[in-house]
Write a protein that binds this ligand. Structure first.
Ligand code: XMP
Length: 513
């Protein structure tokens, strides 16, 4: 296995992801935990030093133990990791005075070619992503330069005797297009066969959950979405009945959704699950409310209240499980620094752990969405479930602009079901990030048969996106749209007009509220 020593870079997890893509097993450990004893027990086959925000010129800045260089295994230092390596092995690092470099840069090769750079410089130069203030001004004895950029004369250096490699840029990010090749060459050189699998990841995750939880009790809020479902099943495999799930049914689910989710978990996974049908409570409190933020706040607040009540009923718990993914982690870090405007108060279980004095179990924290889906498959979740479009915590409440009534919700559920059925029948479901119907707070006049109608209008929404942060509307054919409008109007009593929303995000948002 490969050890990544984390010096605090925002992109350390991306290194792990690149390695998982190469089917290599790795673990990230914060530098504080990596001691001489740790290294001996871990016995890594190769080590990577991540980047980090510190300066090696500050005395208290993070270091690996010096014994790491005596393990006799290949080491790759990235950015801060490069500087640490040079500093500890006898090179010199200087503070950047006008040599700081952020963003795209181009590296050109030296005359000598080395194995870790196989596949590089076919195009004479390589685009890389730099992000550094300090720079190396003299390399350590035994090292040679194999690539330079205008602001980094030591962009790529290596000591081939010892298999130590040090790069100033970040090969793990998307903006270093050939970065994966570099990792591939590095792990090959270290003797990895690339035979690690998601099954192995699952086993490791289960081991970690057992270690963290011991014989404590865990409670998990199941939303029916992929992330919380995968987290719950994984934890269930790890600790069985020590886990209880609570499915808070706020009465704002799609057609038959609550029954399907609860049924699946009870039957297929035999997982202790409380179906908290609180729809009366939620719909009651939402009665007459039309402001989007007020709706979100009411739903978020009630959710916490209800969840807490059920947790008490089962005698409390020591841990709260959440399906937090890595992008959620990065986003909350990078956005916590500055003042930012709240566009929408997102509904999640935030606030619960503090209030209930529970620790968090977040077994998906290191994974990206596509990896969570793969893990879900590994855990036996059906493809139809894994591929489901995201569904927002506040549910249909935010697809029903204006006041929410039971009548509107019922119409909305039916129209949504027809729309999704159409999308599936035309084989478009997997091409779309998210699709749904919003019921509009207006009635319009129509004519059906010989009679006048005065019914609701609805809007169809379908977008493509990679992460929900930006989105574009899906280019359905006119035939598809026409056929869908006809079906909805014929099959759903209460709707007599259908529109298609062609707003991208930004300036729109995906949901209507
Ligand atoms: P917007 O509407 O902000 O949505 O463009 C982006 C993505 O987030 C989902 N969404 C939510 N998900 N709780 C969630 O768990 C929420 O409160 C919430 N609001 C929006 C939305 O469905 C889309 O996928």
């Amino acid at each position: 296995r490969l050890l990544i020593i984390d010096f605090g870079s925002q992109v350390t997890q991306l290194i792990a992801r690149r390695l998982r893509e190469l089917d290599v097993y790795c673990e990230i450990h914060p530098f504080q935990n990596v001691t001489d004893d740790f290294l001996r027990d871990f016995a890594p086959k190769a080590v990577i030093f991540s980047g980090g925000p510190a300066s090696v010129l500050d005395e208290a800045s993070p270091r690996p133990p010096a014994s790491v260089f005596d393990l006799g295994v290949p080491i790759l230092g990235i950015c801060y990791g490069q500087q640490v390596m040079m500093h500890m092995l006898g090179g010199t690092v200087e503070r950047g005075h006008g040599t700081a470099e952020f963003g795209r840069a181009y590296v050109t090769p030296s005359d000598d070619r080395i194995d870790v750079l196989n596949g590089w410089f076919l195009d004479t130069r390589e685009q890389v992503w730099m992000s550094h203030g300090d720079h190396v001004s003299a390399i350590a004895p035994g090292f040679q330069v194999y690539g330079t950029s205008p602001n980094a004369p030591f962009a790529i250096t290596a000591d081939l005797e010892r298999n130590f490699f040090a790069v100033q840029f970040h090969p793990e990010v998307h903006h270093t297009p050939n970065g994966r090749t570099l990792y591939e060459n590095f792990v090959k050189l270290a003797g990895f066969k690339g035979d690690w699998t998601m099954e192995a990841y699952k086993d490791e995750a289960i081991r970690k959950i057992r270690e963290q939880v011991g014989d404590g009790k865990v409670i998990c809020a199941l939303s029916g979405g992929v992330d919380s479902s995968v987290a719950a099943i994984l934890i269930h495999e790890a600790i069985g009945e020590q886990l209880t799930c609570v499915f808070v049914d706020h009465g704002l689910m799609r057609l038959n959704e609550a029954e399907e989710v609860v049924g699946m978990f009870r039957e297929h996974y035999n997982l202790p699950l409380i179906h908290a049908d609180e729809s009366e409570l939620f719909l009651g409190k939402l009665d007459g409310v039309s402001d989007p933020e007020t709706k979100r706040k009411i739903i978020g607040g009630l959710f916490i209240e209800v969840f807490e009540k059920h947790a008490k009923e089962i005698g409390g718990a020591d841990f709260l499980a959440q399906g937090t993914l890595y992008p959620d982690v990065i986003e909350s870090v990078s956005f916590s620094g500055g003042p930012s405007v709240t566009i929408k108060s997102h509904h999640n279980v935030g606030g619960l752990p503090e209030r209930m004095n529970m620790q968090l179990v977040e077994p998906l924290r290191e994974l990206f969405k596509d990896e969570v889906r793969e893990l879900g498959r590994e855990l036996g979740l059906p493809d139809s479930f894994i591929g489901r479009h995201p569904f927002p915590g506040p549910g249909l409440a935010i697809r029903c602009p204006g006041e929410i009534t039971r009548e509107k919700l019922e119409i909305l559920r039916k129209a949504d079901a027809v729309y999704i059925d159409q999308i599936r029948k035309h084989g478009l479901y997997d091409e779309i990030w998210q699709a749904f119907v919003a019921i509009l707070p207006v009635r319009t006049v129509g004519v059906m048969g010989d009679g006048r109608t005065y019914d609701f209008a609805c809007a169809l929404r379908a977008v493509t996106s990679v992460d929900g942060m930006t989105a574009d509307y899906f280019p359905f054919s006119h035939d598809f749209l026409g056929e869908t409008a006809t079906r909805i109007i014929n099959e759903v009593k209460g709707i007599n007009r259908v529109t298609y929303d062609i707003t991208s995000k930004p300036p729109g948002t995906i949901e209507w509220e």
